[in-house]
Design a protein around this ligand. Structure first.
Ligand code: KG4
Ligand code: ZN
Length: 345
């Protein structure tokens, strides 16, 4: 029988300080997340310097808590996996250095993980992957359709040409004077309103799997501006519902098209915007009679956490992927390049 594998995962790429222990890449033993959202709220977004400072204050405590909850020690880990990018450089550095220090002190293998690979692998904590697989990654910094033919390998079929879906949510929420992060608030509001305004859908060229949300964002701003000039009152819930309908329709339609073209067995949804109730319902409906199964992780695994980093790190570790003691934060780490590294180190 194969020995069980335990990975300690560490994530500090944005505004959550997180540590987790995952068994065999599929089972969460502990998963601790310290959110900084309250500290960034009054600035209407993440302030990089504040994020780094919070990570420094929290990291040791969060790692200790993850080990305590698992009733395990670092000695029992097979490897330490950490998000090396993309993200805020100062924030990433805190996690990378903590992971390096721990791995070096305990002479454990160190594995660098791509943040988006982590979001994708959050789904494997719920259900085993079947390839080919299509991942729709929708977060504050990313909107991508990714094809996976096997573990640890990623082909980007399409991506946003401007704003990410979550970013568009946050920006529109801001113009409606809603608190940060805007996504969850807009989602809630959308469900109390009606899609009375026909905002544009950016389909782009025929067959393209790229996305664009800046036109939609401008359309919302123009609508608000024009209404104000005419002295009209627009219902924010109807703006939210109309905006959400446009985003969800484009995401669902392109995901369905790609799933059919590449005859995938599974479609997984990942990233913070995967928590969106409208998107979840629309995708579930669209795939009801399709050959591909749709997997959407529970809300707690949609937003940033370290269990997803340990899950992706587990596969990278199995594939022989090792980072050296010179591992550095890479704020613009490319997912396809990361996938091709394989067992080079
Ligand atoms: O994946 P994530 O936690 O961090 C990044 O790696 O970006 O995603 C955060 C993003 C934010 O833009 C937030 O507004 C959005 O996910 N988000 C949502 C919802 N919950 C979080 N967007 C729409 N609807 C939601 N329910
Ligand atoms: Zn994320």
């Amino acid at each position: 029988m194969k020995k069980d594998q335990y990975i300690l995962g560490i994530e500090t790429s944005c505004d959550e300080t997180a540590a987790a222990i995952v068994k065999n890449g599929t089972e969460i033993i502990s998963n601790v997340v310290a959110s900084q959202i309250e500290s960034h709220k009054r600035f209407g977004g993440v302030v990089p310097e504040i994020a780094s400072r919070h990570h420094v204050e929290q990291i040791t405590f969060v790692i200790e808590q993850a080990l305590e909850e698992a009733e395990m020690t670092v000695d029992e880990m097979d490897a330490v996996a950490v998000t090396e990018g993309p993200g805020l450089v100062g924030a990433l550095l805190v996690g990378v250095n903590a992971a390096k220090a721990l791995a070096f002190a305990k002479q454990k293998p160190l594995v660098g993980v791509h943040h988006i690979a982590g979001h994708i692998y959050a789904n494997r904590l719920e259900k085993e992957f079947e390839f080919p697989l299509l991942a729709l990654v929708v977060s504050g910094g990313h909107t991508e359709l990714i094809l996976m033919e096997e573990h640890g390998q990623f082909e980007i079929l399409g991506e946003t040409r401007d704003d990410a879906a979550g970013e568009a949510y946050d920006k529109v929420a801001r113009t409606l004077n809603l608190p940060y992060p805007g996504g969850p608030v807009m989602d809630k509001l959308a469900h109390t309103g009606e899609a009375t305004i026909d905002f544009p859908r950016a389909w782009l060229e025929e067959g393209s799997y790229d996305f664009s949300f800046s036109g939609l964002k401008s359309a919302v701003l123009n609508t608000l501006h024009n209404a104000k000039q005419r002295g009209e009152e627009l219902q924010p819930e109807n703006i939210a519902a109309s905006f959400q309908e446009s985003v969800v329709e484009v995401l669902t339609t392109k995901t369905l098209q790609a799933a059919k073209e590449y005859r995938v067995k599974q479609v997984i949804v990942a990233g913070g915007v995967a928590a969106n109730k409208g998107l979840r319902a629309s995708l579930e409906k669209a795939f009801q009679n399709e050959a591909a199964d749709i997997l959407i992780p529970p809300l707690s695994l949609c937003t940033d956490n370290a269990a997803m980093i340990a899950a992706a790190g587990s596969v990278a570790f199995e594939q022989g992927h090792r980072a050296g003691w010179d591992l550095n934060a890479n704020p613009s780490l490319d997912l396809e390049v990361y996938g091709k590294r394989g067992s080079a180190k």
